[in-house]
Design a protein around this ligand. Structure first.
Ligand code: SAM
Length: 277
């Protein structure tokens, strides 16, 4: 009997032809497929004529289901974990299961494939050497803005997942937190018929998306260019201070510090502190 394994199998994010040959082979060979939504994944398996018993493992039953999966592995059975689309555990269930199975001493093996943020990043034209994957932002507007403000000085490319319901609100919040001039890319409906990858300032993106309701439909990855590298020098040069003071006459201190930070490269907090002092 071969060693029992929990396989983590990536499935397509739109285009069914993206299911790898190895994924098909593994899905056809395992004793059970553990799926986030058994009906949804059942259709994928049916499309490939794969008939395997399914068990449901989703956000709300994952911890209890781990024990069941471990018992199946103890019986020598192999299991493939899939999510609704893309790579399991990436803004999808599976973390608790993988951890429990590894702790129980069983082998966990990935069968890599589609992942929306990797696909988006690879085609965005934004720096991909260093990036931060954030996934979904909080649904409530206050918490969302707070989360974004905490990222505003991050110099790495920022990567977000967004749904059709919140794309406009999220772009507005990003514009507020990062400044309307910050360059960003919207990657929509990747690998599907209406795939669109569009880059502009956050202000430009908002105008573009609000002008066409069709562009607000579907699934989105939003990638935001990192903040300009800040100067480490604690002392602020006279030109930067002059810009800050001019701006502070026209707008509230926090905003003035934010705009001056974008222009001069100094940290927003440092400039704000200078104004307050
Ligand atoms: N596990 C998936 C992965 O590997 O990308 C992500 C699952 S998460 C629940 C679903 C989100 O991924 C969507 O709301 C959207 O932000 C993003 N997404 C999934 N498919 C996409 C696609 N075809 N184009 C753009 N974004 C997509």
């Amino acid at each position: 009997m071969s060693e029992p394994v929990l396989y983590i199998v990536a499935t397509p994010i739109g285009n069914l032809a993206d299911l790898s040959e190895r994924a098909r082979e593994v899905l056809g060979r395992v004793d059970h497929v553990a799926a986030e939504d058994t009906r949804h994944s059942g259709r994928l398996l049916a499309h490939f004529n794969i008939k395997v018993p399914m068990i449901s493992v989703h956000d709300h039953n994952e911890r209890q289901r781990a024990e069941h999966v471990i018992n199946l592995l103890r019986n020598g059975e192999s299991i493939a974990l899939v999510s609704d689309a893309g790579t399991p555990l990436i803004s999808d269930p599976g973390f608790h299961l993988v951890r429990a199975v590894r702790e129980a001493g069983f082998r966990v093996s990935p069968v890599p494939g589609s992942c929306a943020f990797v696909a988006a990043l690879s085609a965005s034209g934004l720096p991909s050497d260093r990036f931060q994957f954030i996934g979904f932002l909080p649904a409530k507007s206050g918490a969302r803005l707070q989360a974004l403000e905490a990222l505003s000085e991050n110099t790495e490319t920022l990567v977000f997942y967004e749904s059709t319901h919140r794309i406009v609100d999220s772009l507005k919040a990003m514009s507020e937190a990062f400044g309307c001039e910050r360059y960003a890319v919207v990657a929509r409906e990747l690998t599907k018929t209406f795939e669109t990858i569009h880059g502009d300032s956050l202000e430009g993106l908002l105008e573009w998306i609000q002008a066409d309701a069709n562009q607000q439909r579907g699934e989105f990855v939003v990638l935001v260019q990192g903040a300009e590298k800040v100067l480490d020098d604690e002392s602020i040069n006279p030109e930067a201070e002059r810009i800050l003071r001019i701006l502070a006459k026209e707008m509230p201190p926090k905003k003035a510090a934010g705009v001056a930070a974008e222009i001069t490269g100094y940290k927003k907090n440092r400039l704000y502190q200078l104004l307050i002092d």
